[in-house]
Unconditional design. Structure first.
Length: 191
C-alpha cells in the first residue's frame, strides 16, 4: 500500500517550550537570538540539523516556530523555514501570508528550496544570521541560487536583512560540526 498521508510534528522539547510562547520580542536582534537558541537546542537534543526559523508579526508576537526536522522525519523538505512557514499558514488559516506584515527570522540564509517557499508564502521581511558561505563551509550544499536573489525579492516588495547576529549563527553551525552532526545533501553540484 502506498503512503497517503504526511505528518510533521515539532520535537517534544519545542512543543513544551511553545506551550508558553515568549512575550513580544519587539527588536529584530532579540528575535534572532531566540531563533538561534532554538537551533542550539535542536542540536543538543539530537532532533535535527543546526537550523531554526520563526515567523513574527509586526509587534514581535510569535506566530510560528520551526526547527530542521530532515533527519528525524526522513524528509528532505523538512527544513526549518519550511516548517515555520507551514505552521504560520496553519495558524493564520491561509496559504498566503502577504499583506500581514510578517517577518521570517532564520538562523541561516535560505537554501534554494526555502528561498522559493519564502517568495511563495508572501512574508514581508526575511532576516537571517549565517550566510550561504557559512553553511557551505561546514559541508551543506545549499543548491544553486542566482547571485541577485535578494534583489529579486526586494523587487517584489520584500525586505531582506542579512547577517543579523551572524557570528552567533556561525557559532551554532560550528557547534553542530564539532558534535559530528550529519551533513545531508552534501556534494551536490550546481548546474
Amino acid at each position: 500500500m502506498l503512503i497517503t498521508e504526511l505528518n510533521l510534528a515539532l520535537p517534544a522539547w519545542l512543543r513544551q517550550q511553545l506551550s508558553t510562547p515568549p512575550a513580544s520580542l519587539p527588536d529584530t536582534e532579540q528575535r534572532m537570538a531566540w531563533v538561534l537558541q532554538l537551533a542550539r537546542q535542536n542540536i543538543r537534543a539530537g532532533t535535527g540539523g543546526p537550523f531554526a526559523a520563526a515567523v513574527f508579526d509586526a509587534e514581535g508576537q510569535l506566530i510560528a516556530a520551526g526547527v530542521n526536522l530532515v533527519l528525524s522525519s526522513g524528509l528532505s523538505c523538512a527544513h526549518a523555514e519550511m516548517v515555520a512557514l507551514s505552521l504560520a499558514e496553519r495558524q493564520l488559516q491561509h496559504f498566503d501570508l502577504s499583506g500581514r506584515q510578517l517577518q521570517l527570522v532564520s538562523s541561516a540564509e535560505p537554501c534554494v528550496m526555502c528561498l522559493g517557499a519564502v517568495h511563495w508564502a508572501g512574508v514581508s521581511e526575511l532576516v537571517y544570521a549565517a550566510c550561504d558561505e557559512d553553511v557551505r563551509a561546514i559541508g551543506f550544499d545549499e543548491g544553486y541560487k542566482p547571485q541577485d536573489w535578494a534583489a529579486a525579492l526586494r523587487g517584489h516588495g520584500m525586505r531582506v536583512v542579512p547577517g543579523v547576529l551572524r557570528e552567533e549563527g556561525r557559532a551554532v553551525l560550528s557547534e553542530y560540526r564539532t558534535h559530528g552532526g550529519a551533513i545531508y545533501n552534501a556534494g551536490m553540484e550546481a548546474p
